[in-house]
Design a protein around this ligand. Structure first.
Ligand code: RIB
Ligand code: CA
Length: 329
């Protein structure tokens, strides 16, 4: 008999379908939807890899391609304090020239923004007020939406089971500056609010995510020849890895967000410890020190081989399925 399904809210900054945008949020949502034990109740979008409307268009397309009907809500269009600059703009500036082309391969018509999306705040409030169980929340982008909820309705934080956060770099270089990881760097004020929130938190930082690398060929092997959803995902991965093949000679990528999401599927993949993590508001640096009483668990290691088997098996199920419903394990 299948166990009880866990209600989950995914807060993300998707980019699949837009040039120079990371596709890992979309892959994390696909991973979640391919796992029966996760009941994805809401996907709220935050400005990050792309402007929020683009992100909402991207993830709405992903949900439709996977033949699912998960509600999507449109969240913060900019960080709490800093001006907004999208991850895809930053990457294009950094890589252009190296990539030898002005646009990633397989540039395609971007997805259209659905009309009449609810706001992330109203959708999260409605869900948390009405849910009988305590949903877990997975934050895969800047923490602006959750910080806004914490400010507007701190009482509802107690309705969350736990919060899994992809972000930060503890004993590892940053990826947007040498000191800072993108999700934290772009909204350090929000990160400070969320790290202090009275809810069990798990931080999956670059220290752990960068120990996993997925080759384009591995994804193609898992998805090729499969369902229309599989073809859609493999085209997105090709576009993303095409940038890195041109820029650094390796058609591979780090699945930051699928790694973080996998904590909800199998926490035994990770070794973690309670830490106090402080965010430097000026640099976005995240400094951590062991603190046994902290409600923030920081992932320190992952079984990368086991994670890859779990991730690629989920993609294979999607490839072999007519819909994500059939892809669930
Ligand atoms: O630094 C990696 C993180 O920034 C990932 O969540 C990626 O999607 C971008 O949001
Ligand atoms: Ca992300």
């Amino acid at each position: 008999m299948k166990g009880a399904r866990r209600p989950v809210i995914i807060d993300a900054d998707p980019g699949l379908g837009f040039p120079w945008a990371d596709v890992d949020d979309n892959l994390a949502v696909a991973l979640a939807l391919a796992h029966e034990e996760l009941d994805v109740r809401l996907i709220s979008v935050v400005a990050g890899n792309t402007p929020a409307p683009e992100g909402a268009a991207s993830i709405s397309e992903t949900v439709a391609k996977l033949d699912r009907s998960v509600p999507v809500a449109l969240g913060a269009q900019k960080p709490l304090v800093k001006p907004f600059v999208s991850g895809r703009e930053l990457l294009a500036e950094r890589v252009k020239g190296q990539a030898g082309e002005n646009r990633p391969e397989s540039a395609r018509n971007p997805p259209a923004l659905p009309e009449h999306l609810p706001s992330a705040l109203s959708a999260q409030i409605e869900l948390l007020e009405s849910s009988r169980e305590r949903p877990d929340m997975v934050c895969l982008g800047p923490l602006t939406n959750l910080a806004t909820l914490a400010r507007e309705r701190p009482d509802l934080l107690l309705r969350l089971g736990s919060v899994v956060i992809m972000g930060g770099a503890i004993d590892h270089p940053g990826n947007v500056t040498p000191a800072a990881e993108f999700n934290i760097w772009i909204d350090p004020e929000a990160a400070g609010i969320v790290f202090a929130a009275p809810v069990p938190k798990i931080l999956v930082a670059l220290d752990v995510t960068t120990s996993v690398e997925i080759a384009q060929a591995e994804v193609e092997n898992a998805l090729c020849g499969g369902s229309p959803a599989a073809q859609y995902l493999v085209e997105g991965v090709r576009s993303w890895t095409g940038i890195w093949r041109s820029a650094r000679g390796a058609a591979s990528f780090v699945p930051h967000d699928p790694v973080a999401l996998s904590y909800l599927i199998d926490p035994t993949l990770f070794e973690s410890e309670p830490m106090r993590v402080v965010v430097d508001r000026d640099t976005g640096r995240t400094c951590g020190e062991r603190e046994p009483s902290s409600d923030l668990q920081v992932a320190r290691r992952i079984d990368a081989a086991r994670f890859k088997r779990l991730f690629l098996a989920a993609l294979s199920r999607i490839a072999g399925a007519g819909s994500a419903d059939e892809a669930r394990d």
